[in-house]
Design a protein around this ligand. Structure first.
Ligand SMILES: [Zn+2]
Length: 256
């Protein structure tokens, strides 16, 4: 059985009462942090989670609401005397800036005391990890920056995870509803979907024909007069084929 703990469910603009995006995926074989929005270290420790027990960190994209907790997580792991390796999955363009950020924080990778095993995502190339398989998929979330910042390596990913016979899709941040279509071409046991970069109407339309067991909406921007209660109501009224719909708060857990 996999347990998913939503450590932070806010959107990138800063949502009162909510931390930034970070999710702990706890399977039989591994404890993996999906994104490291702040204050993920505080959230893990507050729940009695030992940082040494973290098996990997997988980052979907470089926006700071998904990454700003990462240097603190590494600093705290060092100070708590972690010794075993920590695999860290990153978009390729983030590797050197992260190294520079750590150096600026007086925390060069070589001084961490534990091996930081950085690897980079390539869209469509699965990564096997302790009984789980993750297929990183390109999203269009950062495509416009490729021209604006003249860097074609800028990329955001969704994670298509297979573990314990289940399929978990974590969208990360998408560019629009179109990014969901390939993710929903096959049945999904758990869809963790952001609701900041598409409207509820667009989400409902793309989910109308999808086979989804449990839907968790995070990163919610309340707009068009729709608050969380209204979003929940519309989902329950219009998504008959979805077994369960959650709009988790920080700290909520679901089991799969
Ligand atoms: Zn975000």
């Amino acid at each position: 059985m996999a347990t998913i703990t939503f450590l932070g469910t806010g959107h990138g603009g800063g949502a009162p009462g909510r931390f930034q995006t970070s999710i702990l995926l706890h399977t039989e074989g591994a404890r993996i942090l999906l994104d490291a929005g702040e204050p993920c270290t505080y959230s893990l420790l507050s729940r009695g989670f030992a940082l040494d027990d973290l098996d990997a960190v997988w980052i979907t994209h470089a926006h700071c609401d998904h990454t700003a907790g990462l240097p603190m997580l590494l600093q705290a792991s060092k100070l708590r005397r972690r010794s075993r390796a920590l695999p860290l999955g990153l978009p390729a363009h983030l590797v050197e800036p992260l190294r520079a950020w750590l150096r600026a924080s007086l925390l060069p990778v070589e001084h961490l005391r534990f091996p930081l095993e950085i690897f980079t995502w390539k869209a469509g190339e699965p990564v096997e990890f302790q009984g789980a398989s993750v297929l990183p998929r390109h999203t269009s979330h950062l495509d416009r920056y490729q021209d604006e910042l003249q860097d074609k390596s800028l990329e955001a990913f969704s994670f298509d995870i297979r573990v314990e016979g289940k399929r978990i899709v974590y969208t990360g941040d998408i560019g629009g509803a179109k990014d969901l279509e390939p993710l929903l071409a096959e049945p999904v046991d758990l869809l963790i979907c952001e609701l900041a970069h598409l409207s509820l109407a667009e989400l409902l339309a793309v989910l109308a024909t999808a086979k989804v067991g449990t839907l968790c909406l995070t990163h919610i921007v309340e707009r068009e007069g729709l608050d969380r209660a209204a979003i929940r109501l519309q989902c329950s009224e219009k998504l008959d084929q979805v077994d369960s719909v959650y709009l988790p708060d920080d700290g909520e857990q679901i089991e799969l």
